[in-house]
Design a binder for this molecule. Structure first.
Ligand code: LUZ
Ligand code: MOS
Length: 760
C-alpha cells in the first residue's frame, strides 16, 4: 500500500502548521534570544522595541502566571531566563505584534545588559569542573580488572563525535487560540502533544483538560520535536492566554538553528582487550556527553548510549561509565538513534584501533565477536537471535570477497582515486528506555455509514505511521482501506500519550488499534443470526465468512444491525508492552521488547588530490521481522542511511568559544544533497518470523538504519589508508573533506585534533 500522504505531498496540499488559515485578530510572536552564552541578566532594554508600529506587547519571565519551568526529566530549564543565562539563544523575551515583520524588527531593537560569565563548550572541561546534569551512570558486566591480564592485546584511544542539526524541513512552531472558559487550543509542530500540554499546564497554571493540543502532521521531527516543541508552544500559549488573542510563531530557519538543541556531541575514552583469537575479552569506556545548558532528554539519551555501547557484539567484561556534562550550548536533545549511534561509533572505533594495531582486517574482529542467541547484553537482557544472521547473509549475498577483490584491483590501478570498504553491523533495542512510556491508546469509531475514524497518540511526521495504522485497522476488520480515516492527533481524543519516538510509534499505536478493532469485531460478529461459534467466523473483503465460505452478512449489514441493536460502535484500545523491566539501581533488566539487527557493506571512493569523496554503495541485509509495508520501510532505511552518512561525514555543527553557533544556516551547515547520497542502495530482508511482540510481527524500522551510516566513516578511513598506509586518522567525526585532506597530507598527525585529544 502506498503512503496515504503521498498524493497530497506531491500536489502540495498536505497541511502543516504554517498552512493553517489565520483567524482574524491573530498576533505574531518572535523570541529575543540571549546574545551571550553565559551570564547574569542585569536589565532588558525594550523601550525602542515597543515603539515599532504593530508591536502589542513584550513578555518576559515576570508575565508567567504559573511556573517559569519547562524541564521534563529534571526541572532545570526556565522558559525565559530571568537572572542566570545558560546559552546563546536562550529566550529572554517574546515580542507579540500584529504581523510577523513587526515582531522580528522589534526583536532586533531589544538590548540585554548582561554580566558575562565564563563559557564552557567542551564536555571534558565541564566534567572536570563538576558541571554535571546528574550523577554519572554506568553499566557493568563481568569484571574488566580481572580480564585485562588475560588479554594478549590492549588498545586505548580517545574519541570526539560532533552533533547534528535535525534540519526538519518544517521549522518549529505553534499557533495558540483562546477558547471559552479559559481553555486553549494549540496547534503545535510536535512529536509529543502530551508533553506540550503538560508544559503549558505548568507555565500557565491551567489544568490539562483545558488544553487541546492538535497535530495534523510534521514536516519532519527526527527527535528535534520530541521535547523542544514545548518551548514555542508554551510561548504562544502564554501570549494567547494573556492577550486573549490567537498567537502564532513559526520559527525562521536561522532562529531554529541557533535556539534549539541538536544531537549530542560526545567525547569518549576507550580501552579494549583481545585474546590471540581476536575475541574481545574486555572493554572499558567513558563517555562525556555534551548535554548543553539543561537536562532536556539528556539522561535518557545517556542511558541508551550505555545500552548500545557494545553494539551487536558480545563482550564478557564491560565497564561503561557516562557523564552528562553541562555546557553553555542550547540543550541537546533527542535525535534519531537517541545516544545509541554515539555509543556504537565508539566501539567501532575501538575495534578499528585494535585491527590497525594487529594488522588484521577490521571485519575479522567484528565477525568474531557478534552476539549469539543466549548471550547477555551488558544490561542483562539476553540476545534472542544471532547478530551473525544478517552479517553472514550480507557477506554471501553481496559477495564480499568479490567486492574486496574489485576494490584492491581498482586501488592498484589508480594513484589518486582510492576506494574504501567497511562493514557495519547494527543492533538496536526497541522500546522507550523509560519503561513507563511504553504504552498507547487508539480510539476507533465505526460510523453508521460503515466508515471508520481512528485517533491515536501517533504523530505523522513523514515516517508513514498513519498508513501503517490504517493498514492495521482495515486488515483487522477485513474492510477496504477507503473506509478508514486517521484523524489528526489531539489531546482531547487520546490522553497521556508518549511522544512519537523511539521507533516504537507504529508498534505501540498499531497494537492499540489492533486491540480496539478486535474488540469491535467481536461485538459486530455477535449480532449475526448465524448462531455458530466465533472461531468459525471471519471477515474478508467486507464479507462475513463461515468456515471460509461467504454468508449473506457483510460489513454494512453488520454495522447497521449493531447500530439498531444499540451496540456500541466505538472502542478505546490500550496497549502496554509486556515483559519489559529495568532496575536502574542494579543496571540490569530486560528494557527492550526486542532488538533490530542488520549489516551494511559500504563502499566509498576518495579523490586523494582534493579530499572529496563519494559513497558508491550501501548494501544492506536488514531484519524487518515481517515488514508491514515494504515501500515505507524501504524509505525509512534509505533516509536513515543518508542521514547517518551526513552525520558521520558532512554535517559539522560549529560553535565558537563564546558558545555562538557559526554553522547557523544552510550556507555554513552542509547536509547530504542528491550528489552525496550513495549511488546505490541495495536492501535485502532477513525474515525473523518468530517475533509476536510488534504489530503483525513487523519490527520497528525508524531509527536503526541511521547507524549503517557509521560505516561510511570507517570506509573513508579505509580509503585514506589505501593511499597512505601511515596516515594518522584521529577518531573525530564527521570526516569532512577537509579532514580527509589533512589525514592524507599532514606531516605526521593532524594538529587541529591534537588539542582535542591532548589529555591523553
Ligand atoms: N525517546 C525517549 C527516545 O524518550 N526514550 C527513548 O528510549 C528513546 N529512544 C529512541 C528515541 N527516542
Ligand atoms: Mo526520537 S530520537 O525517536 O524522537
Amino acid at each position: 500500500m502506498k503512503n496515504i500522504d503521498s498524493h497530497t505531498h506531491v500536489t502540495g496540499t498536505s497541511v502543516y502548521l504554517d498552512d493553517l488559515p489565520i483567524l482574524q485578530g491573530t498576533l505574531f510572536a518572535a523570541a529575543y534570544g540571549s546574545p551571550v552564552a553565559h551570564g547574569i541578566l542585569r536589565r532588558l532594554e525594550i523601550t525602542e522595541a515597543l515603539q515599532i508600529p504593530g508591536v502589542v506587547r513584550i513578555l518576559t519571565a515576570k508575565d508567567i502566571p504559573g511556573e517559569n519551568q519547562i524541564g521534563g526529566i529534571i526541572p532545570d530549564e526556565p522558559l525565559f531566563a530571568d537572572h542566570h543565562i545558560h546559552f546563546a539563544g536562550m529566550p529572554l523575551a517574546l515580542v507579540v505584534a500584529q504581523n510577523r515583520d513587526a515582531a522580528r524588527t522589534a526583536v532586533k531593537k531589544i538590548q540585554a545588559i548582561i554580566d558575562p560569565l565564563e563559557v564552557i563548550t567542551n564536555p571534558r572541561i565541564a566534567q572536570a569542573k563538576g558541571e554535571l546534569i546528574m550523577p554519572a551512570k554506568s553499566v557493568i558486566q563481568g569484571d574488566t580488572n580481572a580480564a585485562w591480564p588475560q588479554c594478549t592485546h590492549i588498545f586505548e584511544g580517545a574519541i570526539d563525535i560532533n552533533g547534528q542539526e535535525h534540519l526538519y524541513i518544517e521549522t518549529q512552531g505553534a499557533y495558540a487560540i483562546p477558547q471559552e472558559h479559559g481553555s486553549l487550543k494549540v496547534y503545535s509542530s510536535t512529536q509529543g502533544p502530551t508533553a506540550v500540554q503538560r508544559t503549558i499546564m505548568r507555565v500557565l497554571g491551567i489544568p490539562m483538560h483545558r488544553l487541546e493540543v492538535v497535530v495534523t502532521r510534521l514536516g519532519g521531527g527526527f527527535g528535534g520535536k520530541e521535547d523542544q516543541a514545548n518551548t514555542w508552544a508554551a510561548l504562544c500559549a502564554l501570549a494567547a492566554h494573556l492577550l486573549k488573542k490567537p498567537v502564532k510563531y513559526a520559527l525562521h530557519r536561522m532562529e531554529d538553528m541557533a535556539m534549539t538543541g541538536k544531537r549530542h556531541p560526545y567525547m569518549a575514552d576507550f580501552k579494549i582487550g583481545l585474546d590471540a583469537a581476536l575475541k574481545i575479552l574486555a572493554y572499558e569506556v567513558t563517555f562525556f556527553q555534551n548535554a548543553g545548558a539543561s537536562a532536556d532528554l539528556s539522561p535518557a539519551v545517556l542511558q541508551r548510549t550505555l545500552f548500545h555501547c557494545t553494539n551487536a557484539y558480545f563482550i564478557p567484561n564491560v565497564s561503561a561509565t557516562a557523564y552528562s556534562c553541562r555546557t553553555n550550548l542550547p540543550p541537546n536533545t533527542a535525535f534519531r538513534g537517541f545516544g545509541g549511534p554515539q555509543g556504537m561509533y565508539v566501539i567501532e572505533a575501538a575495534i578499528a584501533a585494535a585491527a590497525a594495531g594487529l594488522q588484521v582486517d577490521k571485519s575479522l574482529i567484528q565477525s568474531a565477536n557478534l552476539i549469539r542467541t543466549g548471550e547477555a547484553f551488558p544490561y542483562g537482557q539476553i540476545a534472542e537471535s544471532e547478530a551473525s544472521a544478517c552479517w553472514d547473509k550480507a557477506v554471501a549475498l553481496y559477495d564480499l570477497e568479490n567486492i574486496r577483490a574489485a576494490i584492491n584491483a581498482f586501488n592498484a590501478e589508480h594513484l589518486l582515486l582510492k576506494k574504501g570498504l567497511a562493514l557495519m553491523p547494527i543492533c538496536f533495542g526497541i522500546s522507550f528506555t523509560n519503561t513507563l512510556m511504553n504504552n498507547a491508546r487508539s480510539l476507533v469509531h465505526i460510523y453508521s455509514d460503515g466508515s471508520v475514524g481512528i485517533s491515536t497518540g501517533a504523530v505523522e511526521m513523514g515516517q508513514g505511521v498513519n498508513t501503517k495504522i490504517l493498514q492495521v485497522a482495515a486488515q483487522t476488520l477485513g474492510i477496504s482501506y477507503d473506509r478508514v480515516k486517521i484523524n489528526a492527533t489531539s489531546t482531547y481524543t487520546v490522553a497521556n500519550t508518549s511522544p512519537s519516538a523511539a521507533s516504537a510509534t507504529a508498534d505501540l499505536n498499531g497494537k492499540a488499534t489492533w486491540i480496539a478493532c478486535n474488540a469491535l469485531l467481536e461485538r459486530l460478529l455477535a449480532v449475526t443470526d448465524l448462531n455458530v461459534s466465533r472461531e468459525r467466523l471471519s471477515i474478508q473483503n467486507e464479507i462475513v465468512l463461515l468456515d471460509g465460505v461467504a454468508t449473506d452478512w457483510n460489513w454494512l449489514r453488520l454495522v447497521n444491525t449493531a447500530f439498531v441493536q444499540r451496540v456500541s460502535l466505538s472502542e478505546n484500545g490500550h496497549y502496554a508492552t509486556p515483559t519489559i523491566h529495568y532496575d536502574s539501581e542494579t543496571g540490569k533488566g530486560h528494557p527492550f521488547a526486542y532488538h533490530v539487527y542488520g549489516t551494511a557493506i559500504i563502499e566509498v571512493t576518495v579523490d586523494c588530490l582534493r579530499g572529496t569523496y563519494e559513497t558508491d554503495s550501501v548494501k544492506v541485509v536488514h531484519d524487518f521481522g515481517v515488514s508491514m509495508n515494504p515501500d515505507i520501510d524501504r524509505g525509512q532505511i534509505e533516509g536513515g542511511i543518508v542521514q547517518g552518512i551526513g552525520w558521520m561525514t558532512l554535517e559539522e555543527v560549529i560553535y565558537n568559544e563564546q558558545g555562538k553557533l557559526l554553522s547557523n544556516a544552510l550556507s555554513t551547515y552542509k547536509v547530504p544533497d542528491i550528489y552525496a547520497v550513495p549511488k546505490e542502495i541495495l536492501i535485502d530482508h532477513l525474515h525473523t518470523d518468530n517475533d509476536n511482540l510488534a504489530i503483525f510481527r513487523s519490527k520497528a524500522v525508524g531509527e536503526p538504519p541511521l547507524m549503517y551510516g557509521i560505516g561510511a566513516w570507517f570506509a573513508l578511513r579505509d580509503a585514506i589508508l589505501a593511499f597512505r598506509p601511515d596516515a594518522v586518522i584521529p577518531f573525530v567525526a564527521p570526516m569532512t573533506p577537509e579532514k580527509v585532506l589533512m589525514a592524507l597530507y599532514s606531516k605526521q598527525s593532524v594538529p587541529a585534533y591534537e588539542e582535542k585529544v591532548s589529555h591523553l
